[in-house]
Design a protein around this ligand. Structure first.
Ligand code: TPP
Ligand code: MG
Length: 422
């Protein structure tokens, strides 16, 4: 059963009452503290075929037709659980290390949003690419970058995945096809679109039959008010690129409520406007995320084009570790805390007897060790050599960073005093 039709069709989207984003007489907790959404009149239901469908309806059907009645196997459940625990524990350790002064600059944690990273990235092949934002540690971990390389990067050490030159907001790993965390919002979207273009070019122009690689572009709700988002939706739809645009709608852009910042809060609707499917999914439910992700990644891999997916999620901490998080309503925070995606998955696994409490405890223990080891590794690693400063800044640092005699100008004691002749 397809979660959404693959036939582009610009007719009015079919909406369902099961879709939690439908306007309702009482404000749904998802919409947080503003009242604006009340003013939008409900969209008429129709039987028209559409490129947008309710995920929860599709899942109901899926559950009924699946032979085991379960959405995942035991093995899949354990992989997903481990990845979500890894993301959460890693970020909790980051907070500790940040407040102990081990990291520099801004650090944005992902707690609460794990179902999105895990639900999507664990379905990818190694050759597939991921592009992230400044909230990127967990995307890198899900894609297989070792925790020690991410932690070391955060410590600014030479053994980090960017040799200490990127830091928290710029995770990158060529080996794992993590093609960047981006600090400027929206900046990663064109990069992801370019990666998807290169995959299509290799397959269709260079005739590399196995080049069916997919790119996932992750970004936030606030970023959807940025022009690069629209330009890239257009290009991706026009050229049928193998990309999935994954919006992590956590309701807030720093301290700006999504509802106050955008003319139409239903981001998924922007997909059909460009001729691609737009899907809305409960981003606190990893199994639902996984279902829509499977469909969208499959579509992209088959050459059927891009998809826009809006994941309704929530961050459990402030915008960054420098944010005291005093703006958001405590009732809203409590509501989402009660919908913790990790506890929900644990409940599903136990209730459906996919694994025992002990098996899950063992995973948690194993991850604790991984994180401890990552911190030790980062602590003991050397800082980068100063000469590394200019590497990857200029294609050819000679003439600027490198003096005619081949020495690095930054190693000249006068360089830091600002008196070197550069
Ligand atoms: C081009 C640009 N403009 C402004 C900023 C400042 N800024 C940093 S984070 C942020 C909010 C982004 O919110 P959202 O896209 O919802 O992501 P979230 O932090 O919620 O994950 C803004 C405006 C920026 N980083 N880049
Ligand atoms: Mg946001």
């Amino acid at each position: 059963m397809s979660v959404f039709s693959t036939t582009p069709n610009l007719s009015l989207p079919l909406r369902s009452n099961a879709n939690p984003i439908l306007p309702s007489p009482t404000l749904t907790p998802f919409f947080g503290s503003t009242r604006k959404f009340h003013s939008i009149s409900p969209i008429r239901l129709s039987n028209q075929t559409s490129i947008v469908a309710s995920v929860s309806d599709a899942l109901k059907t899926n559950t009924l037709t699946s032979p085991s009645n379960l959405l995942i196997t035991k093995e899949e459940g354990l992989v997903i659980y481990e990845d979500m625990i890894l993301g959460r524990s890693f970020e909790d350790m980051c907070a500790q290390m940040y407040y102990r002064g081990k990291m520099f600059g801004f650090v944005h944690l992902y707690n609460g949003q794990e179902a999105v990273s895990t639900g999507f990235i664990k379905l990818l092949k190694k050759e597939d690419s991921v592009v992230s934002t400044y909230r990127d540690h967990v995307h890198a971990l899900s894609k297989g970058v070792p925790a020690r390389a991410v932690m070391s990067e955060l410590f600014g050490k030479a053994t980090g995945c960017c040799r200490g030159q990127g830091g928290s907001m710029h995770m990158f790993s060529k080996e794992h096809n993590v093609i960047g965390g981006f600090a400027f919002i929206g900046e990663g979207i064109p990069v992801a679109t370019g990666a998807a273009f290169s995959s299509k070019y290799k397959r269709e122009v260079l005739k590399q039959a196995d080049a069916d690689y997919v790119t996932l572009a992750f970004f936030g709700d606030g970023t959807c008010n940025n022009g690069q988002f629209y330009e890239c939706l257009n290009m991706a739809a026009l050229w049928k690129l193998p990309i999935v645009f994954v919006v992590e709608n956590n309701l807030w852009a720093i301290g700006m409520s999504h509802l106050r910042a955008t003319s139409d809060p239903q981001i998924w609707k922007k997909g059909p406007a460009f001729g691609m499917p737009g899907v809305h999914v409960d981003g606190m439910d990893v199994l639902k995320v996984r279902e829509v992700a499977k469909e969208a990644i499959g579509r992209a891999r088959r050459g059927e084009g891009p998809t826009l997916i809006e994941c309704e999620t929530y961050r459990f901490r402030g915008h960054s570790l420098a944010d005291p998080d005093e703006l958001r309503d405590p009732a809203e925070k409590a509501h989402y805390a009660s919908r913790d995606p990790i506890s929900a998955l644990k409940k599903y696994i136990i209730e459906n007897k996919l694994a025992s409490e002990l098996e899950l405890k063992n995973i948690e223990k194993k991850i604790d060790e991984v994180i401890e080891e990552a911190v030790e590794f980062a602590e003991e690693s050397p800082v980068p050599h100063r000469s590394q400063l200019l590497e990857n800044v200029f294609a050819d640092p000679k003439g600027f960073g490198i003096a005619p005699d081949g020495s690095y100008r930054c190693e000249d004691p006068k360089f830091t005093q600002g008196t070197a002749h550069v």
